[in-house]
Ligand binder design. Structure first.
Ligand code: NAD
Length: 323
């Protein structure tokens, strides 16, 4: 099987691509190496992937119609797509809103069009986000809950991509699964996300910023569980006319201050804390109902934060030392 993985130089993309090549698939990774965060980290992830014979890299922008259509035409065996490329980050969407619509809406549409026109794609799996649930107070979040109140532009673009995808299932019968990822962490993580920001501040002797005393709760999900879930779902294509949207999370809602305690223990240092009110872009709690993905894709989260955070910390320390 040949799988086109967009966002392959990214955090989740690298783990997904690596899991695919490890089980013998051919992977074409696409990424534009966006400068949203340290490109050195993206190049290091790619270098790791390029160590596998089954991996090939194409530097391209998913919103570039010609580039994506001609890539798809050059790769007639790519019958499965894992579309992860996006502009992530809820708070940054206040700073550069255009980048979010361009990558997450236009880029998503281009990938759907490339899939439709080629008529060969038998499963289009794409990244959505727990952020589509907005300030939902019904816990845990189930796929049938209302998702009509995004609290960030990032969330609005992810919900838009879900709706555009659904129209492609209805009109063109494109088999698809949208996965709503819940706060992913682990080795090779993102420098703009809390685990990295906290670890960096703790080791540099700077205070960490906690919102609302660290009482916000997140369903922290280990990246290797996410990668296993993506592959499990990829192997179970949805019927063409029935678009699928599935939560993928750890099914445990953990206070951020507890996450920090485990990180402090893993790093052997205490954090100094600055407490500030929660910004309008951030919700109080996320918590995934995962019954649907269990039933459809056989997904089972295996990694508690007590196991996953030390794995992240160990990797982070080696990266900080220079790889
Ligand atoms: P990431 O930023 O590490 O990876 C995304 C990759 O996409 C990057 O390497 C970037 O260079 C690339 N990219 C961005 N715009 C592009 C474009 N226009 N064309 C081609 N490549 C482009 O982020 P991640 O955490 O790995 O996220 C992967 C996906 O999962 C994204 O769709 C994100 O919105 C979604 N997601 C992530 C989380 C999380 O906790 N990490 C949670 C919910 C949803």
């Amino acid at each position: 099987m040949t799988v086109l993985v967009t966002g392959a130089a990214g955090f989740i993309g690298m783990h997904v691509a690596e899991s695919l090549v490890a089980r013998g698939e051919r992977v074409i990774g696409v990424d534009n190496l966006s400068t949203y965060y340290d490109v050195r980290l993206k190049r290091a992830r790619l270098a790791r992937l390029e160590g596998h014979a089954g991996f090939a890299f194409v530097e391209a922008d998913v919103a570039d119609r010609e580039a994506m259509l001609s890539l798809a035409e050059r790769e007639p065996d790519a019958t499965r797509i894992v579309h992860l490329a996006a502009q992530p980050g809820v708070r940054h969407s206040l700073v550069d809103p255009y980048a979010y619509v361009q990558a997450n809406v236009m880029g998503h549409l281009v990938m759907l069009e490339a899939s439709r026109r080629l008529k060969r794609v038998d499963h289009f799996v794409y990244a959505s986000s727990s952020s589509v649930y907005g300030g939902n107070r019904k816990l845990p979040f189930a796929e049938s809950d209302r998702v009509d109140h995004p609290v960030s532009l990032y969330a609005a673009t992810k919900r838009s991509a879900e709706l555009i995808s659904e129209s492609y299932a209805h009109l063109f019968g494109l088999p698809q699964t949208g996965l709503r990822f819940f706060t992913v962490y682990g080795p090779w993580g993102r420098p703009d996300m809390a685990p990295w920001l906290f670890a960096d501040a703790i080791l540099s002797g700077r205070p960490i910023t906690l919102y609302d005393g660290g009482r916000l709760k997140r369903d922290f999900t280990f990246v290797e569980d996410i990668a296993a879930g993506v592959l499990g779902c990829l192997d179970h294509p949805a019927p063409g006319d029935a678009p699928r949207l599935l939560n993928i999370g750890n099914h445990r809602s953990v206070e951020v201050r507890r996450f920090v305690e485990v990180l402090e223990a893993a790093l052997g240092r205490k954090a100094a804390v600055v407490d500030t009110p929660r910004p309008a872009t951030d919700v109080e709690e996320t918590f995934a109902d995962i019954e649907a993905i269990r039933a459809v894709c056989g997904f089972e989260p295996r990694t508690s934060i007590e196991v996953g955070i030390p794995r992240f910390a160990e990797w982070y320390l080696s990266w900080r030392k220079g790889g």
